[in-house]
Design a protein around this ligand. Structure first.
Ligand SMILES: Nc1ncnc2c1ncn2[C@@H]1O[C@H](COP(=O)(O)OP(=O)(O)OP(=O)(O)O)[C@@H](O)[C@H]1O
Ligand SMILES: [Mg+2]
Length: 378
């Protein structure tokens, strides 16, 4: 795969010495495969996100890492030790559950201290570590409250403190922010990132929210039906989705179904189905004449105008504006092309709205750089 992800977003390549190594991990439940041959390498201190729709096997995978579920096959190695057969309580791993699972009858303080009490640590040290945790998650003064007197965000932070207090080598967060409203979720995303940076703990976060995965993580795995479909940095997955599923699942994208009519090296010419529209694109995967492919383009890569913007490496197609939504700083257009397909375009509003040149029912040209097209072969 070509990778032009900028250096700042690119995580170092995992190696054979990776901190966490997951090898061919599988879990069957009565003939149903919940996790299917998952392989993964994670570096120390990474914040890794697993993204996938409901039921795709995310929690089952985390539960196997935590030792709460026995793998059907496969191995898990953490910090050079094969922990596959270790009981949950011996693993240097903590998990924060989808529901937080706080003890309702215990105060915040006792909830946070719970894991340490079980380890028979001196009471003075427990008090100090609980205090440090309360500071860290910004819950000073909440120590004597019980969970039913906490907001959703506060409960989340208690659960986080409880998971962190034992200094785990690996922290597993199952949908940590799902129960929070949008604003609090965004704020908590940043807190979580800061906390992770401060502590240097390796995090695996499960989410079904693509934007959350993108803002939080150094790398993301997109999961479907128990399998990892693509693993990469947020930029790699957004700009270079490896197949139709990832392209469709991750952000908004326009996909033109098309047939290959010419191949010259990496450059293809395709004809869009049900039309005589031709497009050129580059493919790093082998394709042959008559193959069916998808040509995918992100809405922000397309420019919309009343005049044809021609050029050597420009793909252009004509259409009519069916829908227009004004969001202040940008607008979203839905344009029906001659093949009958609705294409979504997002455009920054660089001039004042009264100067808008494109309106409803206008005939427009959509154009984009040829190398903005993503060729999807499967
Ligand atoms: N204990 C179990 N017994 C039988 N089937 C199970 C069990 N746990 C999970 N499954 C099945 O395995 C599949 C994956 O479940 P899992 O909970 O891992 O999904 P998920 O990706 O976490 O979903 P969500 O986003 O809804 O939490 C589902 O089809 C689920 O019904
Ligand atoms: Mg789950």
């Amino acid at each position: 795969m070509t990778t032009t992800a900028d250096e700042t977003t690119a995580a170092p390549e995992p190696s054979a010495e990776s901190y966490l190594q997951i090898r061919s991990l599988c879990k069957d439940f009565d003939g149903i495969t919940a996790v299917d041959q998952v392989n993964l390498d994670i570096n120390k201190g990474e914040l890794f996100a697993i993204l996938g729709a409901s039921g795709c096997g995310k929690s089952t995978l985390l539960r196997m890492l935590a030792g709460l579920e026995t793998p059907t096959s496969g191995r898990i190695v953490l910090d050079s030790e094969d922990i596959t057969d270790w009981p949950a309580y011996e693993r240097p791993i903590n998990m924060m559950f989808q529901s937080y699972a706080l003890f309702p009858h215990m105060t915040v303080e006792k909830n946070i201290a719970y894991g340490l009490k079980k380890e028979k640590i001196e009471p003075d040290e427990i008090d100090q570590r609980v205090k440090n945790m309360l500071d860290l998650v910004q819950l000073k003064g909440f120590d004597k409250r019980k969970p039913n007197r906490l907001s959703g965000g506060e409960k989340q932070r208690v659960a986080l403190a409880r998971a962190l207090i034992k200094n785990p080598k690996l922290l597993l967060l199952d949908e940590p922010l799902a129960a929070l409203d949008k604003k609090l979720r965004e704020q908590t995303q940043f807190e979580l990132m800061n906390l992770q940076e401060e502590l240097g703990v390796t995090f695996i976060v499960v989410t079904h929210d693509q934007e959350e995965a993108m803002t939080l993580a150094t790398r993301i795995a997109v999961m479907n039906s128990g399998k990892f479909i693509q693993t990469g940095t947020p930029t790699e997955i957004y700009e270079y989705p490896s197949n139709r599923f990832v392209a469709d699942f991750f952000g908004t994208i326009n996909i033109f179904d098309a047939r290959v009519i010419n191949v010259t090296g990496r450059e293809l010419t395709v004809e869009v189905d049900q039309s005589d529209i031709q497009m050129k694109a580059y493919s790093d995967k082998p394709v042959a004449i008559d193959d069916n492919v998808g040509i995918a383009v992100r809405p922000e890569k397309i420019s919309i105008s009343k005049q044809l913007q021609d050029g050597a490496n420009i793909t252009a197609t004509k259409g009519v504006v069916e829908d227009l939504a004004y969001y202040g700083n940008y607008s979203i257009y839905r344009v029906k092309t001659e093949s009958g397909q609705l294409v979504q375009v997002s455009a920054q509003n660089q001039t004042r709205s009264s100067d808008h040149v494109v309106e409803w029912e206008d005939e427009v040209y959509l154009s984009w750089e040829q190398n903005s097209s993503i060729v999807l072969v499967d």
